[in-house]
Design a protein around this ligand. Structure first.
Ligand SMILES: NC(=O)c1ccc[n+]([C@@H]2O[C@H](COP(=O)([O-])OP(=O)(O)OC[C@H]3O[C@@H](n4cnc5c(N)ncnc54)[C@H](OP(=O)(O)O)[C@@H]3O)[C@@H](O)[C@H]2O)c1
Length: 317
């Protein structure tokens, strides 16, 4: 059966720059035009059947844009997920050198919740943005107790997002976090794609524990598209081109569909920056990959260490 589990991530429509391999740098920027484009992407996603929207205060204007849009849409089938822990500081300046500041303190949680709560009743999911061992957030009792309180008071699903070569270790630690004897986290937003498939090692366990899996960076920040900068992916590019031809869709739809068919997540996020992306990305919901094609793509994975080392070198564009 075909699954419509494509959601929209709003990082690319909230701020002029984000991590990808775009080659044309943005030098001029109009806030009003950017805002209009963002609304058009949200409308287009909705018209194509998308009902799950992921955002964060760290994504510039995205959370406010989504809030205004969702109130206007007034459709109870819309589900919103947001996060806390990053503050956007680039003020929409395309030449900014610092874009965001990470802070996993109780003060930051309370400050960001104060505006994110406006997303209720559409808000189903609240997540720690990029939980790591380094910030100590999964050991911070005051933060964990406050998250449990928010979860109970507002009927939220509580989650974490993870990034980096040790995602699986962070997820395992989060699975053990309990407040008053009750597991705290229900949702795991993780990076999974043809190149980094490390999440697959824990996907079954998450399913057994009935946790929600949300996939981000399904297109490996654009690295699945043919690019002379990455000659070591020549075989991957050839395989994806052949599959795109076979299924009569774009390479992006093959990569998104791979995430849906290989580990059965609750949602796979499209990171569409414009209407063309969303129209091409949403083709992923219209077909299924044959088992032999999934097996072939599974063989294209690289080690998480080299995947994340390469990602660190990608610029904010
Ligand atoms: N929690 C976290 O720490 C975290 C981190 C990252 C992402 N996320 C979430 O996950 C969502 C998706 O992740 P992502 O946007 O980083 O990664 P992604 O889906 O791997 O990459 C998206 C990029 O791929 C390119 N693209 C998409 N469709 C295309 C098409 N049809 N043709 C050509 N290029 C295409 C675009 O780049 P160009 O704009 O350069 O063309 C787009 O910005 C985000 O919006 C966000 O909500 C969360």
């Amino acid at each position: 059966m075909k699954k419509n589990s494509l959601g929209l991530g709003t990082a690319a429509i909230g701020r002029p720059q984000y991590i990808n391999i775009r080659q044309e740098a943005t030098t001029t920027f109009s806030l009003a035009a950017f805002q209009q484009k963002g609304i058009a992407v949200l409308d287009d996603a909705y018209n194509r059947g998308i009902r799950y929207f992921d955002t964060a205060p760290g994504y510039g204007m995205a959370e406010q844009l989504l809030l205004d849009w969702v109130v206007e849409k007034n459709d109870p089938t819309i589900e919103v997920a947001t996060k806390w822990g990053y503050t956007y500081v680039a003020n929409f300046d395309p030449t900014a050198t610092q874009h965001e500041i990470k802070e996993h303190s109780l003060k930051k949680l309370n400050e960001q919740w104060d505006s994110s709560k406006e997303l209720l009743p559409y808000l189903s999911t609240y997540q720690i943005h990029s939980a790591t061992f380094e910030t100590g957030v999964l050991d911070n009792e005051k933060v964990l107790n406050r998250l449990a309180e928010l979860k109970n008071n507002h009927g939220l699903l509580m989650g974490i997002s993870t990034t980096g070569a040790n995602q699986v270790a962070v997820i395992k630690k989060a699975l053990d976090v309990e407040v008053n004897g009750i597991p705290l986290f229900d949702v795991f937003q993780v990076t999974y794609n043809i190149l980094d498939q490390s999440l697959a090692t824990i996907a079954k366990e998450l399913a057994v524990q009935k946790k929600r899996l949300i996939i981000k960076e399904a297109l490996a920040n654009g690295r699945i598209f043919p690019n002379d900068q990455f000659p070591h992916y020549k075989n991957l590019y050839a395989s994806l081109a052949a599959l795109a031809k076979k299924y009569n869709v774009g390479i992006d739809a093959i990569a998104l569909r791979f995430c849906m068919d290989s580990i059965d997540p609750y949602q796979v996020l499209s990171g569409a920056a414009n209407e063309l992306h969303i129209s091409q990305n949403s083709k992923a919901t219209q077909f299924e990959l044959q088992a032999k094609d999934i097996i072939a793509l599974k063989k294209m994975a690289v080690s998480p260490q080299s995947y994340w080392a390469e990602r660190k070198l990608l610029a904010w564009n």
